[in-house]
Design a protein around this ligand. Structure first.
Ligand SMILES: NC(=O)C1=CN([C@@H]2O[C@H](COP(=O)(O)OP(=O)(O)OC[C@H]3O[C@@H](n4cnc5c(N)ncnc54)[C@H](O)[C@@H]3O)[C@@H](O)[C@H]2O)C=CC1
Ligand SMILES: O=C(CO)COP(=O)(O)O
Length: 311
């Protein structure tokens, strides 16, 4: 992948957890001028983003609004592009990270970065692909070139909400699939669970205004497959641990980093109750996590629903 020296940009990455660190290593590969900011940094966020061409937020969902509100008060370069790499839904508002960024900082182009990107594999230099989505094509192309390298193939897309929701909603499904594997229910069950879950992800996506076809791509089906097939996924690990008899609290305490699917399940079910969107798998995950039902009851409940056409 050619990366002309005149294209070198000043990039700031906010967040130095698992994903922020992996994104940092990708930006370093291309030798851009890089600044990383986390709450432990000895300098302010304002200093970290001064003169930045691209500001990439890789904080967990609970940090998104506070970071966006801080950046709202900071002077950014007029052309600075904001990139959201978070996969979650806000508890109170039900908003996606990009909706929060857009509402608080509307004057800057916004790009969503999402795809099948398990951070440990990226840190190990293994090949991967991702999607950068924006309503602003130039902004998406800028971010594409900042990240693209021999081991990281980056596609542009014009459906940011669809790309973002693929990454967000699959976290809930990964908990279900982790539990399915933890119970050793077999490949038929797992395939049915993943496939039917994609249909429910699309139903939610359409409500948010996403294009259904986006969910067949890397950020939808791609990320669903990656997360549901890897014990590197923290969400999968939570489901697997519950199937092994651990409490949710113990499962969360034992994983490294954030399993966004736990909170996403609760926010999602709230939205789907209000909007009457049928999401049986996510709903059973939510009830399981709340302790309302056992895993065995969740399996039975999913299998014993009324018979219906596939589509
Ligand atoms: N780890 C992975 O493989 C991937 C993770 N993601 C997404 O990226 C996001 C972050 O995930 P990880 O880095 O894995 O989690 P993590 O738990 O390792 O790191 C979270 C980061 O967010 C920061 N943070 C949280 N609240 C904050 C606040 N109020 N102010 C400032 N910083 C705050 C933490 O300090 C930490 O740096 C999640 O939404 C996750 O779904 C997306 C793709 C891959
Ligand atoms: O989003 C991810 C891979 O694309 C990471 O998944 P987990 O958050 O479940 O580890």
């Amino acid at each position: 992948m050619q990366n002309m020296r005149s294209d070198l940009k000043k990039v700031t990455i906010i967040g130095s957890g698992a994903w922020g660190s992996a994104l940092t290593s990708l930006v370093k590969t291309n030798q851009h001028h890089l600044q990383v900011w986390s709450r432990q940094s000895p300098y302010s966020l304002a200093e970290a983003v001064a003169d930045s061409d691209a500001i990439i937020s890789a904080v967990s969902m609970k940090g998104v609004r506070v970071i966006a509100e801080t950046l709202q008060t900071v002077k950014l370069l007029p052309h600075a592009v904001l990139v959201s790499a978070t996969k979650g839904l806000e508890t109170i508002t039900g908003q996606t990270p990009s909706q929060i960024w857009q509402s608080l900082i509307p004057d800057h182009p916004l790009v969503v970065l999402s795809g099948p990107n398990l951070s440990e594999e990226i840190m190990a230099g293994k090949p991967a692909a991702t999607v950068v989505a924006s309503k602003d094509e130039n902004a998406a192309q800028l971010i594409q070139h900042i990240f693209a390298s021999r081991n990281f193939r980056v596609y542009t897309n014009s459906d940011p909400v669809g790309v973002e929701l693929g990454g967000t909603l699959k976290n809930v499904i990964a908990i279900a699939v982790g539990a399915c594997d933890g119970l050793n229910l077999g490949t038929n069950a797992k395939s049915a669970l993943i496939t039917r879950s994609l249909i429910e992800i699309i139903r939610v996506g359409v409500y948010f205004g996403a294009q259904p076809e986006t969910f067949w791509g890397l950020s939808g089906l791609g990320d669903l497959l990656a997360t549901c097939n890897s014990n590197l996924s923290r969400n999968y690990q939570v489901g697997y641990a519950i199937a092994q008899g651990q409490s949710l609290e113990t499962a969360i305490a034992n994983i490294h980093g954030t399993a966004e699917g736990v909170n996403t399940a609760s926010v999602l079910v709230g939205i789907c109750d209000r909007e009457k969107i049928y999401v049986p798998v996510s709903r059973y995950v939510h009830r399981l996590l709340k302790g309302e039902i056992t895993l065995q009851q969740a399996v039975e409940g999913l299998m014993e629903r009324d018979l219906k056409p596939e589509n």
